[in-house]
Design a protein around this ligand. Structure first.
Ligand code: SAH
Ligand code: DHB
Ligand code: MG
Length: 224
């Protein structure tokens, strides 16, 4: 018997993997409950993608992590837990309300001492960090406004070193990137990002399709 790749099947496969590999976790679940109660958009990474972020950070022994787009700190908790005790994570967030709740969630998860949230437009924060001669990051996770992804990649690479890993979320958008000329401005921006990433001579990259409620994808790149 064959089954078509419909949304329901995708959801069931995602849930199957989650049941096997992502144990329930009080601090992570609380972070999501708080975000829901505050009326924030529920656009955090899925539990399975959180686990992937954690594993990549552990595999490369990342001691310095940069995240662009904090929201309520859900992905931040996953990444911060991968750090060694003296590791650092800097996460960039535009919305002060998001940053305030993230601070609370990070504290509850016991990772706040390793995390610094910088509030403001991420591009401005990145430029300030470059100007200040900030030490390079081992791992960068791009997950904020889609229209700025190309700029975030260029700025991030000025805060990276050979061997640094860059990940970017939401690159398939329910397969809408397959449209020749997408109506949606975000999908157009993501298409442009994917093409820029594929052509970027500074990196070796791939997009992994990710199933959540729908089909999406995350890129994995290594800086040459
Ligand atoms: N990484 C989070 C989800 C981030 S959602 C998680 O998986 O848990 C995207 C976030 O980017 C939102 O909180 C939004 O406020 C923030 N954002 C949007 N535009 C931004 C900008 N220009 N600079 C910094 N953050 C921005
Ligand atoms: C959406 C999901 C995300 O992970 C994100 O960063 C932004 C938007 C969404 O599903 O709309
Ligand atoms: Mg995302």
């Amino acid at each position: 018997m064959t089954e078509t790749l419909d949304a329901e099947l995708v959801r069931r496969v995602d849930a199957y993997i989650e049941r096997l590999f992502v144990p329930r976790d009080e601090a992570l679940e609380r972070a999501l409950a708080m975000a829901r109660a505050a009326g924030f958009p529920l656009i955090h990474v899925s539990p399975n993608l959180g686990k992937l972020l954690y594993l990549v950070a552990r595999m490369m022994r990342a001691a310095r992590i940069l995240e662009i787009g904090t929201l309520a700190g859900y992905s931040t908790i996953w990444l911060a837990r991968a750090l060694p005790p003296d590791g650092r994570l800097v996460t960039l967030e535009l919305d002060e309300r998001h940053a305030a709740l993230a601070r609370e969630n990070l504290e509850h998860a016991g990772v706040d001492s390793r995390v610094e949230i910088r509030v403001g437009h991420a591009a401005g924060s990145l430029r300030a960090m470059i100007a200040a001669g900030e030490a390079p990051f081992d791992l960068v996770f791009i997950d904020a406004d889609k229209e700025s992804y190309v700029e975030y990649l260029d700025l991030s690479l000025q805060l990276a070193r050979p061997g640094s890993v860059v990940l970017a979320d939401n690159l398939i958008r329910h397969a809408r990137v397959l449209e020749d000329v997408p109506q949606d401005a975000q999908v157009r921006a993501i298409k442009a990002f994917n093409e820029a990433l594929a052509a970027d001579a500074r990196l070796e990259s791939l997009i992994l399709p990710i199933v959540r409620e729908k089909l999406d994808g995350i890129s994995v790149s290594i800086v040459k």
